[in-house]
Design a protein. Structure first.
Length: 252
């Protein structure tokens, strides 16, 4: 009996030591990676709402991590019965450029491109989560710092600095409207109220490693409902090598 009690006491002590060690175990250092998720979508496409819902879910899941979501509404669906108010020919061109870089035979919606390198159907939950995990675990090769971002109500000015050593690169600036809803009255999604997040409303580029840029706020959009996401993209390969996000402060 004494041996049994001693064994129990020893196990309890060891278990207590294990708990104590776990309680004081250093937390792992956060990964230095980042993920830029670019969704190409349209209110005129019946396959797109699930992709919009997926990126909204991902945004909540990774809200405290460097996961940057941009939703580009393309314009080539507009001729089929419903004009997407968020659509822009520039976003369709960006998708076409990706199709060339990634050796695709055509463009489609919904499509997601992660860090400019991996593309897949925008509603593929598991594929997106795996791509995010991979991106967060990969060391960023360049840094982008945004500063002194101000708005006068109709436009946003942002200063930036990079340490990119890529031979051919550009800094892409996106003015992003955080959320919106649309009552679709025609086309494939007729009769549905569609919810969107991280809608790209203006897009600018610069080949300078340091400087400033100006983004336009669409008429009727509250400046407090937008933010700036910027990233460095290797123009030779399409790879995104650094990114940053910043809220907008009203001009003094």
């Amino acid at each position: 009996m004494k041996n049994i009690k001693a064994s129990i006491l020893l196990m309890s002590c060891l278990f207590g030591l294990t708990l104590s060690a776990s309680a004081h175990k250093p937390k792992p250092t956060p990964d230095k990676g980042f993920v830029v998720v670019e969704l190409f979508t349209s209110e005129g496409c019946s396959s797109c709402p699930p992709a919009d819902e997926l990126v909204a879910k991902v945004q909540k899941e990774y809200q405290n991590q460097p996961v940057y979501i941009l939703a580009y509404h393309v314009d080539y669906w507009n001729r089929l019965g419903w004009k997407d108010v968020f659509s822009n020919a520039d976003y369709s061109k960006r998708q076409t450029d990706y199709a060339k870089n990634l050796h695709l035979s055509s463009v489609y919606t919904p499509q997601i491109v992660v860090n400019g390198q991996k593309e897949f159907v925008g509603s593929e939950d598991g594929t997106l989560h795996n791509a995010i995990k991979a991106g967060l675990g990969k060391q960023a090769s360049a840094q982008l710092v945004l500063s002194d971002i101000k708005s006068n109500g109709s436009q946003v000015t942002v200063n930036y600095h990079t340490n990119s050593t890529a031979k051919y690169s550009e800094v892409v600036f996106a003015l992003v409207q955080k959320s919106a809803q649309t009552n679709v009255k025609a086309g494939e999604n007729q009769g549905h109220i569609l919810s969107h997040v991280q809608i790209v409303r203006d897009l600018k580029r610069s080949t300078a490693k340091n400087g400033s840029n100006t983004l336009l706020i669409p008429k009727g959009v509250n400046p407090q409902s937008v933010e700036v996401i910027a990233f460095i993209q290797d123009t030779a390969t399409g790879e995104i090598i650094g990114a940053a996000k910043q809220a907008i402060l009203p001009a003094a």
